[in-house]
Design a protein around this ligand. Structure first.
Ligand SMILES: C[S@@+](CC[C@H](N)C(=O)[O-])C[C@H]1O[C@@H](n2cnc3c(N)ncnc32)[C@H](O)[C@@H]1O
Ligand SMILES: [Zn+2]
Length: 299
């Protein structure tokens, strides 16, 4: 499923006749090689494609995110995402020329790809509740994030890469997941199988509003204008809103540190948030997209 970021030929990652035996070095026919790091991930971001030395979220933000997720505060979102994935695949199979049930498929035949996977919480949570017909993989541009994601997801292939150059072969994925991360519609169209889906999760208007109230004098609701995915149609939209209890100072600080609000607060505000912020609203917009059908107008 992976492709060489240098020449775009497929990468060999497992032995041909023994798919359960992975290679420690991935390689293409042109002999470009990529070593698996001891933490289990592979770096497929060529140095020349890096815009900065350490692109993406830094180690401090990633660690804050991991501390926050340890109490599973967003588990209703993970549950919603796995239910959506199961039902999208089941209805696509039911509508196919030869209708089939999900349980009839061989293991690992439905490919789920997390684009901008961060420290891998959603990959871990979603894969735990879906059957072994699903296979999970993903990338993030931040090495610190992928190291953490690989720690949580030892059974999955995770790589350092950019969304504008996804190192995955054409038409190989069934569902791309993108949670609070940047998108690249043209790459998504390239790597998705025909009629496959993208699921995006964006902040809805009230997301973390109580935190914003403690950061800004006049806090604004989140802008509803999320970026579209050019060439895709929306097939489903869901709003998911729930309260998250912040049981201790560590969790409150972790939440603050994983958001850009951290840099907008002084020591006084940080201390107040750590002591007083008991609860926040989580407000998500979940959108399912499918590549628009090309209408051939030539008679
Ligand atoms: C807000 S975090 C969300 C992470 C994860 N999806 C989650 O919800 O926990 C945004 C992520 O996008 C990654 N990112 C930013 N630019 C990227 C790019 N061009 N390609 C891939 N990942 C990128 C960051 O490193 C970061 O991990
Ligand atoms: Zn190559």
């Amino acid at each position: 499923m992976w492709q060489c970021p240098l020449c775009k030929l497929p990468l060999k990652t497992v032995q041909e006749n023994k798919p359960n035996i992975p290679y420690k070095t991935w390689f293409c026919e042109k002999k470009h090689t990529f070593d698996k790091a001891k933490q289990g991930y592979v770096n497929l971001l060529p140095v020349q494609n890096k815009r900065s030395k350490m692109p993406g979220d830094d180690a401090e933000m990633v660690a804050a995110r991991t501390r926050f997720f340890s109490a599973k505060p967003y588990s209703p979102l993970a549950t919603k995402l796995s239910e959506l994935m199961r039902s999208l695949v089941a209805s696509r199979l039911a509508d196919s020329v030869v209708p089939r049930n999900l349980s009839e498929l061989p293991p690992k035949s439905i490919k789920i790809y997390d684009s901008g996977c961060g420290e891998g919480y959603y990959l871990e949570a979603i894969s735990e509740s879906l059957s072994d017909q699903f296979l999970f993989a993903g990338h993030d541009i931040s090495k610190a994030a992928v190291v953490a994601a690989a720690r949580r997801n030892k059974d999955k292939q995770l790589v350092v890469a950019s969304t504008i150059n996804i190192p995955v072969v054409d038409q190989s994925q069934d569902i791309i997941l993108q949670v609070f991360a940047p998108s690249c519609a043209s790459e998504y169209i390239r790597v998705l199988k025909p009629c496959a889906y993208v699921i995006t999760v964006d902040p809805a208007p009230e997301h973390l509003f109580e935190l914003k109230q403690m950061v800004y004098d006049s806090p604004q609701l989140h802008d509803e204008n999320k970026s579209g995915l050019e060439g895709f149609d929306i097939v489903e939209e869901h709003d998911l809103r729930f309260q998250v209890n912040l049981d201790n100072a560590e969790m409150r600080l972790a939440l603050l540190m994983m958001t850009p609000f951290y840099w907008k607060t002084d020591d006084n505000k940080r201390a107040r948030i750590q002591m007083e912020l008991q609860q926040v609203t989580a407000d998500f917009r979940v959108t399912v997209w499918q590549a628009a059908l090309e209408v051939n107008l030539v008679e």
